[in-house]
Write a protein that binds this ligand. Sequence first.
Ligand code: RB5
Length: 159
Amino acid sequence: MKIAMASDHAGFDQKPALVAYLAGLGHEVVDMGPASAERCDYPDYADKVARYVAAGGAERGILICGTGIGMAITADKVSGIRAAVIQTPQFAHLFREHNDGNVLCISGRFTSLATNKEIVDEFLATEFGGGRHEGRVAKAMREDDPGFQGVGEDPIPVR
Ligand code: RB5
C-alpha cells in the first residue's frame, strides 16, 4: 500500500522507525517531512499529507505529533479526509471498520513505539465494514460540501 507520512518535532523521533517498519513490510512510504527534529508547526505537515491523500497520491496517511490532536484537527479539515487520534490497536480497528478512516494520527510523546506499530498494523490491515456504516460515513462527509445546510436543530426540552 502507498502511505504518506509526516510528523512535527514532537513526533520526529518515532518517524524513521515507523517509516523503516512499514517499508520492511513491503509498503511504499512517502516521507513528507520534516527532515530534522528542529521545532516546526504541525499544521504544515498535516496539510501536506492530508492533501496528498485526498488527491489520491497515497491510499492512507499517518501523522505523528506530540498528542496526535493537532494533526487530526488540521487533517480533518481537508475535504475527503477522515482523520482521528488513535491510542490503542482496538480503536485503530474500529476507526477503519466503522469510519473508513484514511489518515491515522498518533502520539509520539504518550504512546510507545511498540504500541504505535500495533496501531499502524491494525490501521493498514482492517477493511471498512460497509453496510450500516456506509450511510453514516456518507453523512459525515456531507460536512465537506459547502452547500450542505445542516440537518437542523430540534432540541429536546430540558425539564
Ligand atoms: C508541540 O509542542 C505539540 O503542541 C504538538 O506536537 C501537538 O501535540 C499538537 O497537537
